[in-house]
Design a protein around this ligand. Structure first.
Ligand SMILES: Cc1ncc(COP(=O)(O)O)c(C=O)c1O
Length: 493
């Protein structure tokens, strides 16, 4: 080996000029706060100009570029083309808005930049504290185990994985499912989010063994059909292991009868998991909490904080009632991660033993800061406000002769369509698809869509902390304007 050249100037990637970096950073903070403060004045969304797409096809940078220039490129090409979800009139899919404190917390967390896999440092205690607060909101008992994750999909995956280990009846981690003659079977309603199917597939259970149970007129799981499916599977020698209940479905916000599901799982010795990506945090409001009775009896619960707690992406939380079962599904402690009695490798908070990630970011800080800053009562009022706004919109939809609501409203989601009368289902679907695209392109508002019983619906899901009642009137006025215009265009064609 060549001897080390000790005369060579050593490099690092910190600023050469801290004063200039400080100046630029202050500008970034000012620019971003101005942007957030004025967001209402921007279009919600617009198509990305070709020049900005082209700008992002560049060769790999081999040499340095001043960060001031890179930031100027961000301002010119990236910032002006947002998804739109921080705007007060964005209600697409189930997407949150974030908050200024969340923005700053991300900066603080990245400055400390700890690895949250384990070891004895304060950031892990922040995560423990946040999990404890969230556990209380969800209503789970003390001693419940928790893990902050990237969002609802991973939180659900954690619940599914723990249920699989706990209920397989053999060492599924060691033996796997490949050579097993156990047909583990999972139950959820047809309205369950697609991440449940993905999770079941990923865990080797296979989507053929995910029974999607029909729903009633309120889009809640049909309990009788569930009972019949479990009995039939047992009679065939399959091994039912778990039921996934919905605390707010993605399509319509329907809440399964969680109490009945808890009773059923108890009777049938099945794991009870709740997908609370939407409604899991509604326990912040004493009135909304009542809708979710039974969730507190779940064996595992998935919640999301980047949706209805308005935190910046990404953050969700997985809870498992029995901490030992949680550990059993994931813990792996090789010699290089062994815990020490004292020193940095001491402490008891090794979150890497509760999920799939070893290295983890300090997402707990934004949750800690925002929950303290707002307080749970304010969060509860904000969620009630979102529900009341959707009720206001629903009442307006029901009053407008050209609008047709196509699903019951239980929470913060409403599905409806423009229907001027005299059109068959196919043309109504075409009309509403085109209407939605034009609405997005108008920059006025962004709802999303779904199809319910063959009907294409405009779908408003309100987890927006910036919306006001007037925004929903603007939405309806624009839908009516576009609907009338399109009807005329279709007649003329
Ligand atoms: C009911 C439900 N479950 C799970 C998810 C997935 O959550 P995430 O997008 O945070 O992974 C969503 C997302 O919208 C959802 O609405």
């Amino acid at each position: 080996m060549e001897p080390v050249d000790t005369t060579r100037a050593e490099e690092n990637i910190d600023p050469q000029d801290w004063h200039a970096m400080r100046h630029l950073s202050h500008r970034m903070v000012d620019d971003m706060l101005d942007y957030l403060q004025g967001i209402r004045e921007h279009p919600v969304w617009h198509p990305i100009p070709q020049a900005d797409k082209d700008f992002l096809i560049q060769p790999l940078p081999l040499e340095p570029q001043p960060v001031e220039e890179v930031y100027a490129e961000f301002l010119e090409h990236i910032l002006p083309n947002p998804m739109g979800n921080i705007h007060p009139r964005f209600w697409g899919w189930v997407i949150g808005t974030g908050s200024p404190t969340g923005v700053m917390a991300e900066m603080l967390a990245a400055t400390m930049n700890p690895n949250m896999g384990g070891a004895d440092h304060i950031a892990n205690y922040v995560e423990k504290q946040v999990i404890e607060w969230l556990r209380e909101i969800v209503g789970l008992p003390e001693g419940t185990s928790g893990l902050l994750v990237s969002g609802g999909s991973v939180a659900n995956l954690v619940g599914l994985a723990v249920a699989r280990s706990a209920k397989a009846g053999f060492d599924v981690r060691k033996e796997g499912l490949q050579c097993s003659n156990h047909c583990l079977t999972v139950y959820a309603s047809v309205e369950a989010h697609s991440c449940i199917k993905k999770g079941v597939e990923l865990l080797g259970i296979g989507s053929q063994s995910l029974r999607l149970i029909p729903v009633n007129d309120a889009y809640q799981i049909d309990l009788e059909a569930l009972q019949i499916a479990v009995q039939a599977d047992r009679a065939e020698g399959r091994q039912p292991i778990m039921v996934v209940g919905n605390a707010g479905t993605v399509n319509t916000g329907a809440i399964d009868d969680l109490r009945a599901l808890a009773d059923f799982c108890q009777r049938e010795d099945l794991w009870f998991h709740v997908d609370g990506a939407i409604g899991g945090v509604a326990g912040s409001s004493p009135t909304l909490k009542l809708l979710f009775a039974g969730m507190e009896r779940a064996d595992s619960v998935a919640i999301d904080l980047h949706k209805w707690m308005y935190m910046p992406y990404e953050i969700g939380c997985a809870f498992v009632r029995d901490p030992q079962l949680h550990r059993n599904a994931f813990a792996e402690t090789p010699e290089y991660l062994a815990h020490a009695d004292r020193g940095l490798a001491g402490g008891t908070l090794w979150f890497s033993e509760l999920g799939i990630q070893l290295s983890r970011g300090f997402r707990a800080l934004k949750a800690w800061m925002m929950i303290k800053e707002q307080g749970v009562h304010k969060y509860g009022r904000m969620m009630e406000q979102n529900v009341a706004q959707v009720r206001y919109l629903t009442e307006r939809v029901d009053r407008e002769p050209e609008l047709e609501r196509i699903a019951p409203v239980q929470l913060n989601i409403v599905c409806f369509r423009y229907n001027p009368g005299g059109k068959d289902e196919e043309s109504l679907n075409e009309l509403n698809k085109e209407l939605l695209i034009r609405l997005h392109e108008s920059g006025v508002a962004v709802p999303s869509y779904t199809t319910l019983k063959g009907k294409y619906a405009l779908r408003v899901a309100n987890t927006n902390q910036r919306s006001r009642l007037e925004d929903f009137d603007i939405l309806v006025d624009e839908i009516l304007r576009l609907g009338r215009l399109l009807t005329q265009e279709m007649k003329a064609a």
